[in-house]
Design a protein around this ligand. Structure first.
Ligand code: MRU
Length: 351
């Protein structure tokens, strides 16, 4: 599959910019953007040109490197202060996916932890760290997908929400990785893909990726999932995540939590696919996760020729939190965790 060997986020050939596929233009146009200014890097995240928690983390790592090239000083502390300013600036673009602030924090730490490095050496280390964030994600997605395959049978009907495929990560994806790897290994899966209102990541991106990968996919509206589950047409729900608290409470695209309630009611296994870069052990529960609220007009008028509603108030939370106890398993690159997650996540990652 051709796009499994390329990346939706990378450094440009001259290594002075970050190159992304503009995800807001898909599926109708494949447009690459080459970005290097702080404001355009910030906007790319804010406006969802790059999106999906792991992809945002990879993008933030490369952005920090590109921005470090423009810090015109040989003075270590001046350099570090400006680097921290850039980190805080990028962190402010979107609050929910932990991969963003985890990546900027990791870059700052890499630059400042060895006290005797020159500015030039710090820049080199920043680049190595950004590349490591990217390469680790490729590896994590592959392993998560292998674990995912142990949870399914050939012919499964899998419902997915939002987009947790190659565009949101690197290569296989998390939530879609099992389907991608399964396809390579000769499994036949069928996917039901929620359109994912209001920004339609499912309709625009997941449907596109699955079609491109040759996986049988049917697009449904978000409010059709219960209808299908009641008829026994869904064997499992697969979703990605933006931040997982230590008790397993999981922030993901708005609508995920209601899907988990439906899945629980209809006895359908509900799986969260989670690279360790998305676990936030400093958050004890979902109450510690900040939910992003976006522009009301994304509901009323975005993607429509004319507004679909009168000039009414709209509320637009971009994420919700699924209770850990409604999650059948959290699939990570190190193994599969089950409830209670305080124990199973800590055993796998903190011991
Ligand atoms: O607002 P988005 O499109 O960035 O939201 C993305 C999601 O909710 C994804 O499901 C999540 O980031 C997992 S990506 C592997």
């Amino acid at each position: 599959m051709e796009y499994l060997s390329s990346d939706s986020v990378r450094l440009s050939e001259d290594e002075k910019s970050v190159v992304i596929i503009d995800q807001t233009k898909l599926p109708n146009e494949t447009e690459y953007l080459t970005l290097s200014e702080a404001d355009e890097l910030y906007d790319a995240i804010k406006l969802l040109k790059v999106r999906g928690a792991p992809a945002i983390g990879i993008f933030a790592g490369y952005s920090m490197y590109v921005l470090s090239l423009g810090i015109d000083t040989d003075d270590r502390s001046v350099f570090l202060n400006k680097l921290k300013e850039y980190a805080a600036f990028l962190d402010g673009s979107r609050p929910t996916a932990v991969n963003l602030s985890a990546a900027t924090k990791r870059i700052v730490k890499a630059a400042e932890e060895e006290k005797n490095l020159s500015v030039k050496e710090m820049r080199e280390k920043i680049k190595r760290t950004a590349v490591a964030i990217h390469e680790e994600d490729i590896e994590m997605c592959r392993k998560i997908s292998e674990y995912g395959l142990t949870l399914v049978k050939d012919g499964f009907n899998i419902l997915t929400h939002c987009n947790a495929g190659p565009l949101a990560t690197s290569r296989y994806g998390t939530g879609l990785g099992t389907l991608m790897l399964g396809k390579e290994k000769g499994y036949t899966f069928h996917a039901f893909c929620d359109e994912t209102r209001p920004l339609l990541q499912g309709a625009r991106l997941t449907a596109y990726e699955l079609l491109k990968a040759g996986i049988d996919v049917t697009l449904i509206c978000d409010n059709m999932a219960g209808f299908l589950m009641k008829q026994g047409k869904i064997d499992a729900v697969f979703v990605g995540c933006d931040r997982v608290a230590s008790n397993g409470d999981t922030a993901n695209k708005i609508g995920t939590s209601s899907l988990s309630v439906l899945a629980h009611y209809y006895d359908v296994p509900f799986y969260v696919f989670c690279p360790s870069s998305t676990i936030d052990f400093s958050a004890k529960s979902g109450e510690d996760i900040t939910i992003e609220y976006r522009e009301p007009d994304e509901i009323r008028s975005m993607f429509y020729k004319e507004p679909v509603a009168p000039d009414v108030k709209c509320l637009n939370p971009a994420f919700d939190v699924t209770d850990g106890k409604l999650i059948t398993a959290i699939v990570t690159e190190k193994g599969i965790c089950r409830y209670p997650y305080e124990k199973s996540l800590a055993e796998l990652f903190l011991s």
